[in-house]
Design a protein around this ligand. Structure first.
Ligand SMILES: [Zn+2]
Ligand SMILES: [Zn+2]
Length: 127
């Protein structure tokens, strides 16, 4: 019984990440998954997300000064856009970092994270 219920909760949570293709906070995941599992609690969401991170299905997205969001693991390299108005985080496809960074001699880049901050189309009223 319990196992079955957990499975239903977990698949609702997984579906939230499939339907909304951007990094989600546990609160956002909870709101989305409640459409299928109305009595889903935030503690269950946290637990399921942690399990899915351990299973390699999700990965944390840490932005400076922000609560951790999560996204599906194994996505292509991409960057993030944080809307300072609605607090949503979006994926930006591809990489726009210059190949020639003019780094001082001896520095070798292994990886990078870039997060842009601004307003999304919904919040950008000049758009
Ligand atoms: Zn916004
Ligand atoms: Zn990049």
């Amino acid at each position: 019984m319990t196992a079955k219920r957990n499975t239903k909760q977990k698949s609702a949570i997984e579906e939230a990440f499939t339907n909304i293709q951007r990094p989600l906070s546990p609160t956002e995941v909870c709101d989305l998954a409640r459409k299928q599992v109305p009595r889903l609690g935030i503690a269950t969401v946290y637990r399921a997300i942690n399990e899915m991170v351990e299973e390699g299905l999700l990965r944390p997205v840490d932005l400076p000064g922000q609560n951790t969001r999560y996204e599906k693991a194994g996505l292509h390299h991409h960057h993030h856009f944080h809307c300072s108005s609605c607090d949503k985080v979006f994926d930006l496809e591809g990489c726009f970092l210059k190949k020639d960074l003019n780094l001082p001699k001896g520095f070798d880049v292994i990886q990078h994270d870039i997060t842009l901050t601004g307003h999304c189309p919904d919040c950008n009223h000049d758009f």
